[in-house]
Design a protein around this ligand. Structure first.
Ligand code: ATP
Ligand code: MG
Length: 358
């Protein structure tokens, strides 16, 4: 927590505009963001530079997706009156801090990031991914630290990146602000540091699986924009129905009277995650195991649950889509506000680094 008592603690997180937001984003991070808007000074970043790590050949698509993510934010209940939404590449302080921070992280440390390795495998990036792809966790550290964030609500895949961010913050404060290397994380600001050591906040589901089958190693993969295994927050009831009806379940169960397995079965993971009727879930789980309930009945129930969650968001999205000019104004205003904050941090950091010349 920040030691500045006259301000709310600051929260920062974001999304890459590689597509539209999905249920994984909702349970991993967005429902927490919506809930925390009153108690935290919230900043939400649309990470378009990060999108270039895998979409450098599709700039028009990234541009379009910035608007899609913005619409999804508004639809999900992020309120621009209370929270600041902004575009990463419009904040020059982030780029500048990324370069300085890259000097604070050993090369081998960058190469050892397990999430990066998973992404290379799951997104099939082979060995042609750019140098900038390896750099993005450092850029993410700059995103977070430019705003002196105290807390970062994210999904489980972000844990290694957050750990790196915390290391960068500690190292900077030790090297340039004279903070003792034995200091407790919560004392860094009190001891003269520029950057608080940010805390991670995981969602109630840390890693929601996708609706598709397991990967070659037999593991269910996470729901991800890049993997075509999503239910989007903007999907209409018909699309949700089609996706749920086609979703992967227990492959060994051919008819309703076969005994089914609920473990590692997306149908049941989704019921556990989204269905608030816990009595139904408990009973139907037992019946599924015993072979006395069909997949179709369980899927129909899930469709109802998901439509109830998503439809109000989709309706709000349709409203905002009517006035894209207004939506763009909100984005511009948020970005202006974010620039002031990030610039202040950059100046404080450069002061400590003896790199303010004029
Ligand atoms: P991409 O496939 O382009 O990497 P993504 O679907 O992983 O996209 P990101 O923009 O990389 O989405 O992630 C934004 C935030 O949403 C992060 O905090 C991430 O941890 C969280 N998140 C994304 N997918 C899931 C998921 N399936 N379960 C829980 N959290 C998720
Ligand atoms: Mg991702």
């Amino acid at each position: 927590m920040s030691t500045l008592t006259n301000r709310k603690p600051r929260l920062l997180t974001g999304d890459t505009p590689t597509g539209r937001l999905h249920l994984g984003h909702w349970v991993g991070s967005i429902e927490n963001r919506v809930r925390m808007q009153d108690d935290y000074d919230c900043y939400f970043l649309i990470a378009n530079i990060q999108a270039f790590t895998t979409r450098m050949d599709r700039p028009g698509e990234v541009h379009q997706n910035v608007m899609e993510v913005m619409l999804d934010y508004l639809a999900a209940g992020i309120d621009p009156e209370r929270s600041t939404i902004f575009i990463q590449s419009e904040i020059p302080a982030i780029a500048e801090l990324t370069i300085f921070f890259s000097m604070l992280v050993p090369y081998a440390r960058v190469m050892r990031n397990p999430t990066i390795k998973d992404e290379i495998r799951d997104k099939g990036l082979g060995d042609t991914y750019p140098f900038g792809f390896m750099m993005y966790p450092i850029s993410q550290a700059a995103d977070i630290l430019s705003f002196c964030a105290d807390i970062v609500p994210v999904g489980e895949d972000q844990i290694p990146h957050l750990e790196l961010t915390r290391e960068v913050a500690r190292r900077f404060n030790q090297l340039y602000c004279g903070v003792d290397s034995h200091a407790k994380d919560e004392d860094y600001i009190k001891l003269g540091g520029v950057f608080p050591i940010p805390e991670i906040m995981l969602g109630r589901t840390k890693r929601l699986v996708g609706i598709g089958p397991p990967n070659a190693e037999g593991n269910l993969v996470k729901m991800s924009k890049s993997l075509n295994n999503t239910i989007f927050l903007g999907d209409d009831p018909d699309t949700i129905k089609k996706k749920v009806m086609a979703m992967y379940t227990d492959p060994k169960r051919l008819k309703a009277t076969d005994k089914g397995t609920v473990e590692n079965n997306p149908l049941w993971i989704f019921h556990e995650t989204f269905n608030s009727d816990k009595v139904w879930v408990a009973e139907a789980t037992e019946r599924y195991r015993a072979g006395t309930i069909g997949d179709v009945e369980c899927k129909r129930k899930l469709i109802d649950v998901l439509v109830e969650l998503i439809e109000p968001m989709r309706q709000r999205r349709l409203q905002y889509e009517q006035d894209l000019h207004y939506v763009k104004t909100l984005l511009k205003d948020g970005t202006s506000k974010a620039n002031v904050t990030a610039q202040e941090t950059l100046m404080a950091a450069k002061e400590k680094m003896h790199q303010r010349y004029f």
